[in-house]
Design a protein around this ligand. Structure first.
Ligand code: DQA
Length: 148
């Protein structure tokens, strides 16, 4: 059974109350329920983690090598700043997909650059909670092809 690690970056624990006009009203638990439902319908094993700390996220990625087939990550603010997370994804050598609730390209200029995207298989940005679902569907398709 394929195994996917989902990583939520900083401040995503505040979903639901955090700037709902940008990020929506769904809580992180609600997002995770939707992710788990899709994964279980597709027969995919999933583990979900959230951290507000860059080093912890680097460790999560570094430790994923033996246990996971793919990483689905919303690096949140670290998208725009973290060479360490980018290098961890490059180093670990398993595919990653980047997701964002908001459309980072329609917001402030500092959000237009993702340091993470160039080392990811692809990126989904701007569809609210559905970004995670679309990212997960893409991940599942990728894993199906790679296991053939
Ligand atoms: C975000 C976009 C980032 O720019 C921001 O710092 C976040 C959330 C998103 O999901 O839209 O924390 O990653």
């Amino acid at each position: 059974m394929s195994k996917i690690l989902v990583i939520h970056g900083p401040n995503l624990n505040l979903l639901g109350s955090r700037e709902p006009e940008i990020y929506g009203k769904e809580t992180l638990d609600g997002v995770n329920e939707q992710i788990k439902t899709l994964a279980s319908n597709e027969g995919i094993s999933i583990e979900i983690k959230q951290s507000n700390h860059e080093g912890e996220i680097v460790d999560m990625i570094g430790n994923a090598r033996d246990d996971f087939d793919l990483i689905l990550i919303n690096p949140a603010a670290y998208t725009h700043t973290s060479v360490a997370i980018r290098d961890a994804i490059s180093a670990v050598g398993i595919p990653a997909i980047e997701v964002h609730l908001s459309n980072i390209y329609s917001r402030e200029e500092f959000r237009h650059t993702s340091l993470i995207a160039p080392v990811c298989h692809g990126q989904v940005s701007g569809f609210g909670v559905h970004s995670y679902i679309l990212g997960l569907q893409a991940a599942i398709e990728m894993l199906k092809y790679s296991s053939k």
